[in-house]
Write a protein that binds this ligand. Structure first.
Ligand SMILES: Nc1ncnc2c1ncn2[C@@H]1O[C@H](COP(=O)(O)OP(=O)(O)OP(=O)(O)O)[C@@H](O)[C@H]1O
Length: 687
């Protein structure tokens, strides 16, 4: 259907029903177009179902021929916008047949509909839907960008369109700085830059004063005179009067306004601008720009990335928030990887410094270890360099303070370690003291209750120097500080330790007593086997011997634990970053509904919209990842500096940060991009 025969293309004042088509072979008669550009037969559109059904359009039948200027008028709610959306392929009719240039739209794929919208149709909306952060020229180029038209052609077409609308001088002004009239002219420039055959305009003068309205009407007529078919929805009687044909919609039904054939010949009374309206042409010239050169896939992708970046630049507040979310995620990841690697290296370094020359002996209950005979027997074994003694004192037992307990209301608790150690132990771990003789004094039982204090412990306790009469209190007992450990040697914890003399052992209980046996290189394994029967001949099973080989297994365990911990922290941080970014992007999609609809209207496919938001996520994620890498590296450097570790920073970690940021950005954008791609443009354009 839709091919009712009529003798020739009606010049003006067509019937509302049964528009004419003749000569299907070429659609012309004597050089005059006879095939309708638009043909509607029995079109209906209803929303909802059952008793709540709204019939917005009912049995709409009419044709629009090339070169016509048709006004659709009607009261509010009569279905005008719905009709325009159906005509513009932003919405689909519930029933009837709609043909554009002879092709039934119901047989077209979504992609073909997008292409048809991009190349054949141009839209001008009541709210001009100008992108506020982009210049007038960039706004006008939107359709061409979506079509992938090469830059020189794009520039030329945009320049031509802006010039025709008399707004070239404002080409570089941002959309948000344009006046209402200027916006609408840019919107028309955007619509015509792609060289459409049909311009669909919804209340193009609705928000304008009479002077600006007159200019817009003039421009529409100039375009019409150049061959663009115009279909305009309007409440403005002047626009309606200037059309060559008027269709009236009432309650979703259409009728041709009686006696309109002569209407276009009359000059509208109060728009002087229209006096210059050119005569209506029957055969429009083909105004479509040559589309020989479109951008290659890579160049288009580059354009899309630039567009994503420019979108971020146009919304600095939101961009900073998103950037911060990704910065935290990627920074946490990079920082925790760097810190765990540095910490693992530190553990390795400790173990290496323990070297292959150490055996640690402990026993159940500790009695065997504390027996001086055990040390003497071990010392006699081949390969033994020395035997040192150490024992921990639990914090509960130690209660170290500078002033006697109870003399001041509250004393800060000492957070370091309290231990017993023999002078030989201090020598074996190569600790140094001031005075150098302090370790020997520590062991001499006649010296009474004395202690050595590590440099960091001394700072914490507020001890400047070991001096006669300088005391601390350990479990309420006054203890003289006889020296400061100036260098902790191989046992770095000594720095923050208080080392007590054995004379205190009867009042302050020690635990985990151990003998540290320093050996010649290569002896630990043999000594580990030899020591238990020597120190506990009757029951060697109560003796535990640890060598560095055991500690290496421990190191692997520690590294694995650190790795797991880092993994969990990183995943939590990334998930949080992803969730907060996804929320923000989802809100953005909602806020940009009109922009999405506009892009769909000028020909963007669903895939393009999906790509646009995904690229926005990827670019902000990559930027956040880069910033996060920098922050993470700074964190590792600062923490290592404070801990006096050697920072371990693999340069590849920057790449990891950027990659993880990008992937998180894509993941965050996935759902919002899908929502955007699926958005109903007809619905969004109303909002
Ligand atoms: N998505 C929708 N869901 C439900 N009802 C809808 C939807 N779109 C339009 N309608 C209804 O269809 C009818 C026609 O609406 P439409 O917006 O096309 O009218 P209009 O003539 O353009 O009105 P106005 O001049 O006020 O913009 C109205 O009753 C409207 O509420």
């Amino acid at each position: 259907m839709g091919r009712d025969r009529a003798p020739r293309r009606p010049a003006r004042g067509h019937r509302a029903r049964g528009g004419a088509v003749s000569d299907p072979a070429n659609g012309t008669q004597n050089g005059v177009d006879t095939e309708p550009l638009l043909s509607l037969r029995g079109i209906g559109r209803h929303f909802g179902s059952g008793t709540g059904t709204t019939h917005a359009l009912r049995d709409i039948t009419f044709d629009v021929f090339p070169g016509e200027f048709v006004a659709i008028i009607g009261p509010s709610g009569s279905g005008k916008s719905t009709l325009l959306n159906v005509l513009g392929l932003l919405d689909t009719a519930s029933e009837g047949e709609y043909r554009i240039a002879g092709s039934s739209v119901s047989s077209l794929s979504q992609r073909q509909r997008d292409t048809l919208r991009a190349h054949t149709l141009g839209f001008v909306f009541q709210a001009s839907h100008i992108l506020p952060g982009e210049s007038a020229a960039e706004n006008a180029a939107l359709g061409l960008r979506i079509q992938g038209v090469a830059l020189p052609e794009r520039r030329a077409a945009v320049r031509g369109a802006l010039e025709r609308l008399g707004i070239l001088a404002r080409a570089q002004a941002l959309g948000k700085n344009l006046s209402g009239g200027e916006r609408q002219r840019v919107a028309i420039a955007r619509a015509i830059a792609t060289g459409p055959r049909l311009l669909l305009a919804d209340e193009p003068t609705g928000a304008l004063d009479s002077e600006n309205s007159a200019r817009i009407i003039e421009h529409l007529h100039t375009l019409n005179a150049e061959g663009v078919t115009i279909l305009v929805i309007t409440h403005d009687p002047v626009v309606a009067a200037s059309a060559t044909r008027r269709l009236v919609l009432t309650d979703g039904r259409i009728r041709e306004e009686a006696g309109v054939a002569a209407a276009p010949q009359q000059e509208p009374p109060h728009h002087a601008a229209l006096q210059a309206r050119p005569a209506h042409r029957t055969t429009p010239p083909d105004r479509r720009p040559a589309r020989g050169r479109t951008r290659s896939g890579i160049a288009r992708f580059g354009d899309e990335i630039l567009e994503a970046i420019s979108t971020h630049a146009g919304r600095p507040g939101r961009t900073m928030m998103l950037l911060f979310a990704f910065l935290l995620g990627a920074g946490g990841l990079v920082g925790s990887i760097g810190l765990s690697q540095s910490a693992a290296a530190q553990v390795s370094q400790r173990l290496t410094s323990a070297g292959l020359d150490e055996v640690v002996v402990s026993s159940l209950g500790g009695g065997i270890v504390t027996d001086p005979a055990s040390s003497t027997r071990i010392r006699e074994l081949e390969g033994v360099v020395g035997v040192g003694y150490r024992a921990q004192v639990s914090a509960v037992n130690a209660r170290v303070s500078l002033l006697p307990p109870g003399t001041v209301a509250e004393q800060p608790g000492f957070t370091g370690r309290t231990m017993y150690a023999s002078a030989e132990y201090l020598r074996l771990v190569t600790a140094t003291t001031r005075p150098a003789s302090a370790p020997a004094v520590l062991e001499a039982t006649w010296s009474g209750d004395v202690a050595l204090v590590g440099a960091a412990a001394a700072r914490e306790l507020g001890i400047a120097e070991a001096a006669p009469g300088m005391r601390i209190f350990v479990a309420g007992t006054p203890v003289e500080v006889i020296g400061i450990i100036t260098s902790a040697g191989r046992e770095s914890l000594l720095d923050s330790s208080v080392v007590l003399s054995p004379a205190l052992a009867d009042r302050v209980r020690g635990e985990q007593a151990e003998l540290v046996v320093r050996t010649q290189p290569g002896y630990p394994a043999a000594l580990a086997a030899a020591i238990p029967p020597i120190v506990a001949p009757g029951n060697p099973g109560v003796v535990t011997v640890q060598t560095v080989a055991d500690l290496r297994a421990l190191q692997r365990g520690v590294n694995a634990d650190l790795g797991t911990l880092v993994g969990i922290i990183s995943i939590v941080l990334l998930v949080l970053a992803c969730l907060s970014a996804a929320t923000s992007m989802y809100l953005t999609v909602r806020a940009r509904a009109a922009e999405i609809a506009l892009r769909r209207a000028v020909g963007a496919s669903r895939a393009m919209i999906w790509r646009m938001f995904t690229l926005e996520g990827a670019t902000i994620g990559a930027a956040g990842g880069l910033a996060g890498s920098a922050a993470g590296i700074a964190m590792v450097l600062v923490a290592s500096g404070v801990q006096q570790w050697t920072p371990i920073l693999d340069p590849a970690i920057i790449g990891v940060g950027v990659l993880v940021g990008t992937l998180t950005g894509i993941a965050a954008a996935a759902y919002p991009a899908l929502v955007a791609a699926r958005a109903d443009p007809a619905q969004a354009i109303r909002e």
